[in-house]
Design a protein around this ligand. Sequence first.
Ligand SMILES: Nc1ncnc2c1ncn2[C@@H]1O[C@H](COP(=O)(O)OP(=O)(O)OP(=O)(O)O)[C@@H](O)[C@H]1O
Ligand SMILES: O=C(CO)[C@H](O)[C@H](O)COP(=O)(O)O
Length: 327
Amino acid sequence: METGNFRDTIRASDCIYTIGVAGDSGSGKTTFTRAFREIFGPDLVCSFSMDDYHLLDRDARAEKGITPLHPDANNISLFEDHLCLLKQGKTISKPSYNHTTGSFDAPAPFSPKKIVIVEGLHPFSTEKMRRYFDFTCYVDPAEEVKYAWKMARDVGDRGYSRDQVTSEIHARKPDYDAYVAPQRQYADAILTITPSVFDASGKEGMYAVSLLQERFENTVKNIVFPLDLFAMTSLAERDFLIGFHSEEMYGRTMGAVRFDGDFRYEVIRRLEEAVEEETGVGSVSLYAGREYVTATEAMELILVWRIINRRIFMEYRMQDGACMTGM
Ligand SMILES: Nc1ncnc2c1ncn2[C@@H]1O[C@H](COP(=O)(O)OP(=O)(O)OP(=O)(O)O)[C@@H](O)[C@H]1O
Ligand SMILES: O=C(CO)[C@H](O)[C@H](O)COP(=O)(O)O
């Protein structure tokens, strides 16, 4: 396949590329896919939250004593049906959950674009859902990180008090462990986020991020994603770490690449240029004008590369008539 004009390849293709991003509320699902959305743009990418498939509104959940993380609080079968239709390029009448009111707005028509990103609590929790996703990613911040983000977001944007958020966090944990976390075993990529080793006080909001994935059998020939060792070793004034290790998870051997600290923009710019050159997506300048880029921002680009790679492999497979599965 020619990867020189990959954006046009996707545009011209009949295939709808479906990406599922699972994780707890406020775990960074939107944040980590931001670079991908920006690079491919709104003409090719659409997204929605599986929160729209809550079955019970906020009052009904409180009355029944059920959290939104319990499958019974969600219309799982409607979501499965809709995902199947979107994968076929069909328009759905999508429900809509309103986080401001805690209730439902009227359903509205929703048509897929060539790339559909679905974020949520349970997007690949059933076998049927997993069948319709081409790429799955699980975002997994350490509890202390996740709770700090959730507190800031729910108090700042969703009108909850600190006490309400704290008791909600405790009430949700058993359902998170039972129904959300197990999806890690089905994810093609897992992002873990922990406090940075360079920020012992935790006050700077620096994080170490790892991308875990199963080993590939092959790389994509002649496509490179370079880390500029010169810029890394000669220009940096701030601390950083890049590491790699293997770990066993649900019987799978996962390779984990870890970024921590701050990276000179020149290093990350080479990665942006590689995405531009190798895929022909046009200008990629997510961090232009910056001196440094954080580990989480750098990882957004690595994830972009991983998602593009899956799509390239799908293109190879489609030449054999398959669109449904990835590698
Ligand atoms: N990498 C990060 N670095 C710093 N803060 C982050 C990061 N990722 C997420 N956050 C913080 O956590 C909050 C929630 O992030 P985000 O909206 O990406 O989560 P989500 O999983 O998409 O949430 P939702 O439950 O609404 O789907 C954001 O408001 C942001 O402040
Ligand atoms: O787990 C969540 C995903 O974002 C939310 O808590 C859930 O969607 C319910 O939303 P709200 O708290 O606004 O009623």
